[in-house]
Design a protein around this ligand. Structure first.
Ligand code: GLN
Length: 310
């Protein structure tokens, strides 16, 4: 019989997947693979290549810690402190929401608009300004900046800066620290200015505070307060409620943000908001009340209303 010391990577994986399954964790095998690959500093393909190797003894304690955390419903992203978004790596901690794939569409919509703005904007020496409200881990701001930087054939940091400026706002200083880190690691920190603030209420004025912005994008908290308790355990127990809770009907932040955005936005500007699947009509009305035109509701890959633009 094999002693514990000579257990293989494959056996460790099997045991962890089994205890995750017993706990009722969804996709237990995949969860175990993600965690073990991270622990062994490889990816899942690399892990499969090592299934017959002996499990390194010095990894035993950290592996037990990973398993314990996962059994306590920690999302694997908070254990590995990483998640991919828009094909880019991001650091996430319990100070920030884990980015969701639905939000990638919000980025695509903004990039599309940015693309359309280019011809007239080229003759205009003024930079395009985008505000990401409630930036959290910074995924929206960073992936817009990164795509812009790689697509525009301009490779020097100074010319990027002249043509795009992103302001990323969050109320949480802990979130801003993570967002800043993600901007640095993805090499777009020169394009993004981070500011602490409550929505658009008091962004620290960088000289010309009255200047209109071209795009306002936000994935604000939009869950109804009393439905938070029925969310998945991983979400409810470990993700920041401040990033989820949108008040009694989930619409509190839109009610405050939309009128502020109407003041701050260029007449030809774009607002793009992520919304809950049942909030399309209500958010549309809030936009109408603030005199926004050309309001469109976009569906996600599950055919739920997910984004509103105007
Ligand atoms: N903007 C971040 C994201 O889309 C955070 C959103 C939030 O915390 N509500 O993931």
């Amino acid at each position: 019989m094999k002693t514990n010391q000579s257990a293989t990577v494959g056996e460790k994986l099997q045991t962890a997947a089994f205890s995750f399954a017993q706990k009722g964790i969804e996709s237990p095998r995949l969860e175990a693979e993600i965690l073990l690959a991270h622990l062994l500093k490889t990816n899942r393909a690399g892990l499969f290549a090592r299934l017959r190797d002996n499990f390194p003894e010095e990894k035993e304690q950290p592996w037990q810690d990973y398993i314990q955390k996962r059994l306590q419903n920690w999302p694997h992203q908070y254990i590995t402190e990483e998640e991919e978004f828009y094909n880019l790596p991001f650091r996430v901690t319990p100070a920030v929401l884990i980015p969701r794939p639905e939000t990638e569409e919000l980025v695509t919509i903004v990039l599309h608009h940015l693309e359309k703005m280019k011809p007239p904007q080229n003759q205009n020496p003024q930079a395009v300004t985008i505000i990401d409200v409630g930036t959290g881990s910074g995924v929206i701001a960073v992936s817009i900046a990164h795509t812009f930087m790689t697509k525009s054939n301009i490779h020097t940091k100074t010319s990027d800066k002249k043509s795009l400026q992103i302001i990323a706002i969050d109320i949480s200083p802990e979130a801003l620290a993570i967002a800043q880190e993600n901007a640095n690691s993805n090499q777009v920190d020169h394009l993004i200015q981070f500011q602490q603030g409550d929505l658009l209420a008091a962004p620290a004025k960088q000289g010309r505070g009255e200047e209109k912005v071209h795009i306002i994008v936000s994935n604000p908290p939009y869950i109804e307060s009393n439905t938070i308790k029925s969310l998945q355990k991983e979400v409810r127990q470990h993700e920041p409620h401040r990033a989820l809770d949108g008040g009694p009907d989930g619409l509190d932040l839109y009610r405050r943000l939309i009128p502020q955005a109407a003041q701050k936005l260029h007449p030809q500007g774009l607002i793009a908001l992520e919304i809950g699947y049942n909030q399309g009509q209500a958010v549309k009305e809030l936009l109408q009340q603030a005199n926004f035109q050309n309001i469109q509701i976009h569906q996600d890959y599950q055919n739920h209303d997910r984004i509103v633009t105007a």
